[in-house]
Design a protein around this ligand. Structure first.
Ligand code: CU
Length: 160
């Protein structure tokens, strides 16, 4: 009888541990699942347009999804940058690099976007942006122009 009780207690402890482990793990599994699922949909979502001053105030950067089209999850798409200086004069010749990722997930961008075209009058085309999951994404725009180097971060939520 004692042995039976002992076994029974041990069993219920194990069972409890398994249950706790499951409830801790479940949300992680569910979020991974939804990420994977959404990354295959490739549906169109939100149109983005932001304007920010760079950290040192050298430039103003307008960042938007190209052609005001929505940013999809799971498909390559383009963004546009409009660059002006502190006097609102278009910056015609700039070297621009785009990096980023998901700060909350601790990962970078899945691709290396490139500023592929200088469209003139301070407009630049960014190709090769890809969001692989919903959540908060960061795009960091590094600018070298007019003898100055400056950076600006754009953080926004991508959802399906
Ligand atoms: Cu992520």
């Amino acid at each position: 009888m004692r042995i039976m009780t002992g076994v029974s207690k041990q069993h219920s402890k194990t069972k409890l541990f398994v249950q706790i482990a499951w409830w801790v793990t479940l949300p992680i599994l569910v979020s991974c699942e939804s990420h994977a699922h959404k990354s295959h949909e490739g549906e169109l979502h939100q149109v983005y347009e932001f304007t920010e001053q760079t950290e040192s105030g050298s430039f103003n950067v307008q960042l938007s999804t190209a052609d005001k089209s929505p940013a999809p999850i799971g498909d390559y798409h383009d963004w546009s940058i409009t660059l002006t200086d502190r006097d609102s004069v278009p910056v015609q010749t700039a070297s621009i690099a785009v990096t980023g990722g998901m700060p909350a997930h601790g990962h970078g961008l899945p691709t290396k976007p490139e500023v592929s075209q200088n469209l003139g009058n301070g407009h630049y085309l960014v190709e090769g942006v890809l969001f692989t999951m919903s959540g908060e994404w960061l795009l960091r725009i590094n600018i070298v122009a007019e003898g100055k180097s400056d950076v600006v971060d754009f953080t926004f939520s991508v959802s399906s």
